[in-house]
Design a protein around this ligand. Sequence first.
Ligand code: PLP
Length: 320
Amino acid sequence: MDLPRLHFAHLPTAIEELPRLTKYLSGPRILVKRDDQTGLAFGGNKTRKLEFLVAEALDQGAKMLITAGALQSNHCRQTAAAAARFGLNCILVLNGQMPAQPSANLLLDEMFGAEIVTVADRAYREQTLQETFDKASVAGRRPYLVPYGGSSPTGALGYAFAVEEIMKQNVRVDWMVFGTSSGGTHAGLVLGQRVFGFKGKVLGISIDESEDWLKTRVSQLASDASEKLGNRIEFTREDVLANEDYCRAGYGVLTDAEREAVRLFAKYEGLLLDPVYTGRAAAGMIDLIRKGFFKQDEAILFWHTGGQPALFADKYANKI
Ligand SMILES: Cc1ncc(COP(=O)(O)O)c(C=O)c1O
């Protein structure tokens, strides 16, 4: 298949053993896939998606990327960096109140030259995103709409090919565990599992959505993404494993569970997680290990999907 794709991610990302954390948890073997080191503006999972999304934008003759997220969105930071890298303009629609002194991801967005539009409430974000896009189109600025989280069928392809990468790295794991939110990473992994023959299980720990929503969303997205590979596969809700037990506190709310996970990874492995996504996903994984959910002789691959700049956001820094 001749899929438009740029190549700026630092791939393959490393797979590392976490022996001290494994021992501390008396648990199954834990490995980490270092997608925090994908190489675009501090890395993270959006780099793989953006290789396909920016290629599509350029193919369509776009001169601007427009996307949306929370004030401390990693997706927006990486999209703004990709726009800078390829000489495109960028508008970010962010929900939240602009602080007097921007920090962390928000500070980086400004450094990459993104124009920022804020909306007070997440509920109005999609509408404002569409209005911003329409205005830019009418003004002849040739925008390309990067959907929330980069989670379109095109973006999801990045994680389908990530499974091919792992298969070539030749490590035997029984589970892939990661944080899931807008569903693109999850859909890509589910698609890649099927296409590249990964025999283990793919379990998304929800950051902010219900299991019911994720099953529908991810199966749909994986089916639509498969079409881009030339052969539509009809995924069903049963093909999607998701756990909603760890997101009840709400998006970006740090509880003792996330705090413990971030601190355990730091203390036992010298590895930094982020407070919102990987911190929550790791908290879920740790709890499942303690409950005996995984078999003792199984191996878990934890996807480090990035997000560490948020550690330095005023909002989280004093709570971690
Ligand atoms: C660090 C990090 N991990 C995981 C995710 C979730 O990925 P997805 O939106 O593809 O479900 C995000 C989304 O923004 C993220 O920033």
